[in-house]
Write a protein that binds this ligand. Structure first.
Ligand SMILES: Cc1cc2nc3c(=O)[nH]c(=O)nc-3n(C[C@H](O)[C@H](O)[C@H](O)COP(=O)(O)OP(=O)(O)OC[C@H]3O[C@@H](n4cnc5c(N)ncnc54)[C@H](O)[C@@H]3O)c2cc1C
Length: 410
């Protein structure tokens, strides 16, 4: 059994926690990373996984500084240059094209298994991070300027700062007594890999239907990863039906887009909710990723917010160390809490408002007025896109292309 001292102890090596571990260790901090389950190795010969994420340019810049983007982009990923949003009733689609925003691409579709495995590989082979796996957190108490973390294995980690990156059911959040606002959408996100008559030309396509949005995200082989949000009972019905019936329902919902459905892989569905922690930092502990916030996936922002959390904390800790300060001080915690909570609450409520607007019965005048506002207001479009691309003004510097080396210069 060990009793060791670290600058930072991170609980949870999901996509977000492992990325943070890499960023901090590359910045010279001593880091412990605790994970309950080792991720499965990514198998490039297996079919495309059901879970994919739309990774913004800001997030890929962060992953690059974490040393993972080279591994990820060498595999089957699909950048997309256009986002097409339709309301499914009558209006012309809303188009977002990368060159209009001086971007090479609006994002890249990456399988979660590839993301997860790449960041895990970086932290476990780099020799800079002490990884405790399989292990989990049992308890935590403040001891002077350290947080004393007791693991299930009996090991004890004394850290100036503890990070809870342990997902939506975060044990760390419970240990520091932080509550959450929780809204269940009574909807499920149904996912499947789908082929249409014409290959997806690299467009992230989304149609807002009365029961919830339907998205086709481009994959490298011309198929699309479908995320179809439906009321829970309806999603259950779609999950239970045979492939032929499912294909014809999907045809109807996506009519006019790339022809008919020609192939459908296995399906899975996930309950959707919004969960916002009342506070992101307390008692030498910060929360990030899904441990801090879960948002509706309609704009594919969940893990992007988490990568921004990791980048923001890294930037703050480097600045504090340069100034000779304490990385677990209340000043650091307050700054992180204000910055990240306002960012993710803005995103969560924007998604919530869009979800409510498009959820209104299709021919309602209110829905049409809302859609026209979104279409006509370049300010709204820009805001949406800047956030989606991770290039908003208050985005962390790492998401705007600044390197760790530059951040570390006095
Ligand atoms: C249908 C759907 C589609 C989505 N699409 C997108 C998208 O296109 N783009 C996007 O950005 N986001 C998307 N999201 C959201 C995204 O998947 C999540 O935001 C993301 O997975 C959260 O990552 P995380 O690392 O914070 O948490 P997790 O992935 O939950 O990782 C938490 C880690 O902590 C570990 N852990 C848990 N408890 C303990 C403990 N006590 N001790 C030690 N370890 C522990 C777990 O084993 C796990 O490895 C989508 C979500 C859904 C449901």
């Amino acid at each position: 059994m060990k009793n060791l001292n670290y600058d930072v102890a991170i609980i949870g090596a999901g996509m977000v926690g492992a990325t943070l571990a890499s960023l901090l260790s590359r910045s010279g901090f001593s880091v412990a990373l605790v994970e309950a389950l080792e991720p499965q190795a990514f198998d490039a010969d297996a079919d495309v996984g059901l879970r994919v994420s739309a990774i913004s340019p800001g997030s890929s810049a962060v992953l690059d500084q974490a040393g993972a983007w080279k591994l990820i982009s060498a595999q089957r990923v699909r950048p997309y240059r256009r986002m097409q949003v339709e309301d499914g009733v009558e209006l012309d689609p809303l188009l977002f094209d990368a060159p209009v925003f001086n971007l090479e691409s609006l994002g890249t579709i990456v399988e979660n298994a590839l993301l997860q495995w790449s960041v895990w590989k970086v932290v476990t082979t780099g020799g800079l991070v002490d990884v405790y796996c399989p292990d989990s957190i049992e308890g935590m108490e403040l001891c002077g300027e350290k947080n004393r973390v007791v693991l299930k294995s009996g090991n004890v980690l004394n850290a100036s700062l503890v990070v809870g990156a342990d997902g939506a059911a975060s044990r760390v959040r419970k240990l520091i007594g932080v509550g959450q606002d929780h809204h269940a959408y009574n909807q499920h996100g149904l996912v499947a890999v789908v082929g249409k008559q014409k290959p997806n030309p690299g467009v992230a396509w989304q149609r807002f239907l009365a029961g919830g949005p339907l998205a086709f995200l481009p994959l490298v082989d011309g198929r699309s990863s479908v995320v179809w949000t439906r009321p829970s009972a309806e999603a259950e019905r779609l999950m239970a039906m045979d492939t032929k019936t499912f294909s014809s329902e999907l045809d109807e919902a996506s009519s006019g887009w790339l022809g008919r459905v020609v192939s459908v892989g296995p399906r899975a569905s996930f309950p959707l909710s919004m969960r916002l922690s009342k506070c992101y930092a307390s008692q030498r502990t910060v929360l990030m990723g899904d441990a801090a916030h879960v948002v509706h996936p309609l704009a594919g922002q969940g893990v992007n917010l988490g990568f921004a959390d990791a980048a923001a904390l890294t930037e703050s800790l480097i600045a504090v160390r340069l100034a000779g300060g304490d990385i677990g001080s209340t000043t650091v915690l307050h700054k992180y809490d204000r910055w990240r909570r306002s960012e993710s609450e803005t995103m969560a409520f924007a998604m919530h408002a869009l979800h409510s607007l498009f959820g209104i019965e299709s021919l309602s005048p209110l829905r049409r007025v809302g859609l026209l506002m979104v279409k006509r207001s370049w300010a709204i479009r820009d805001l949406f896109l800047q956030r989606a691309a991770g290039v908003a003004k208050n985005a962390p510097k790492l998401a705007r292309g600044v390197t760790l080396r530059e951040l570390m210069q006095p």
